[in-house]
Write a new protein. Structure first.
Length: 368
């Protein structure tokens, strides 16, 4: 039995869920995911794919640490730790009373990295505002699960720390095969009017608020409206699925959906969408672009980086390794990138379908 404590960001669930799925399928090991943040719990509940997979591997629940009844649930989860239950967390057991309580289970506690991919966001944030986002590294005990070498805690490990260098979880064969096999079911249920052999675009939406990487306070909203206009005017016969972020201002989105065009909101997981979409487009790099890139969809970032950021990235995306077309506020180039993406066949999947080995020993350890 595994108990997982995610943090407040869905990326932690996205990164650990392929591990939980593999444990369930290969080792018949169940896991229970416990949320302390109601907003994150509701986001997962409304995300049909994440919700279904979490239920399949063992279920998920919300605990309000301020409610007496919930504290009894938490006490139960703590007590079963003496029965060799394993715990995975992303920092929630590194602070306060939970840190003190769970330290007794340190041999069975695993501190996990949140991002499965090797992104450089923290590096560029430091370059832009001078703050070192990894200088205040969360303390930990027990074991570490590292998906790549950018995990800050790797710099403070002791000789007694067991480190499991698992590699990218979101490119594991079990996860890729599972989402591919389930994709037809989800498309038939939620997008029955869309056929796999039709060209379609996935538009990944962001918060549409002020972002330090962009030139102006309103750059995000302007980029979104420009992109929608281009899709509406130049690609009117192509279906576009809009994938909102949890923080996306849906009032702005709905104001555009009221206009003509083949637009449709989707709440399917990016991995499910990426198996069939021609291309993914975003107005500011999102980690979901890495999923799309690896699974064979073309990736376009149409954005408006400020001059300082462009000087640091050498006029490239902040994660250029996952972006096929980087377009910085040039509408004609965006049209060209979209035309090429729709004209050409999907790329070959960049994931090794035999990626099922675990040289780190993590799966065996968690299932033991």
């Amino acid at each position: 039995m595994i108990v997982v404590f995610p943090n407040k960001k869905l990326v932690s669930i996205d990164s650990i869920l392929p591990v939980l799925l593999e444990l369930k399928i290969q080792y018949q090991t169940n896991s229970k995911t416990v949320f302390f943040d109601k907003k994150t719990y509701m986001q997962v509940h409304n995300n049909v794919v994440l919700r279904d997979v979490l239920i399949y591997v063992g279920g998920f629940t919300y605990i309000n640490k301020r409610m007496p009844l919930s504290l009894l649930k938490l006490l139960y989860i703590y007590i079963i730790g003496f029965l060799k239950v394993k715990y995975i967390h992303f920092g929630v057991l590194s602070d306060g009373i939970l840190f003190k309580l769970w330290k007794v289970h340190s041999k069975n506690v695993f501190f996990s990295q949140s991002d499965s991919y090797r992104h450089n966001h923290l590096y560029y944030r430091k370059k832009l505002n001078g703050k070192d986002y990894i200088s205040n590294i969360k303390s930990f005990y027990g074991n570490l699960i590292a998906f790549n070498d950018l995990m800050p805690q790797l710099s403070i490990v002791s000789d007694s720390t067991r480190v499991f260098h698992f590699g990218e979880s979101r490119t594991r064969s079990e996860w890729i095969n599972f989402t591919r096999k389930k994709s037809e079911f989800y498309f038939n249920k939620y997008h029955a009017n869309l056929r796999f052999n039709d060209n379609f675009i996935v538009f990944i939406l962001g918060p549409m608020c002020e972002v330090i990487w962009l030139k102006n306070k309103d750059s995000y909203e302007k980029l979104f409206r420009e992109t929608m206009k281009i899709l509406r005017d130049s690609f009117s016969n192509t279906k576009v699925l809009l994938k909102p972020h949890a923080t996306t201002n849906l009032d702005i989105v709905n104001s555009e959906l009221e206009k003509k065009g083949q637009f449709e909101l989707t709440y399917l997981h990016p991995s499910v969408l990426a198996h069939h979409a021609n291309c993914f487009i975003c107005n500011l790099y999102s980690t979901t672009m890495a999923d799309a890139y690896n699974l064979g969809a073309k990736t376009i970032e149409y954005t408006d980086y400020n001059e300082k950021l462009l000087s640091h990235t050498n006029d490239k995306s902040v994660s250029y390794q996952y972006i096929d077309y980087f377009v910085n506020r040039d509408q004609s180039r965006l049209v060209h990138a979209l035309e090429e993406s729709l004209r050409k066949k999907r790329k070959n999947c960049k994931i090794n379908q035999n990626k099922s080995q675990d040289t780190s020993g993590l799966l065996k350890e968690l299932s033991n």
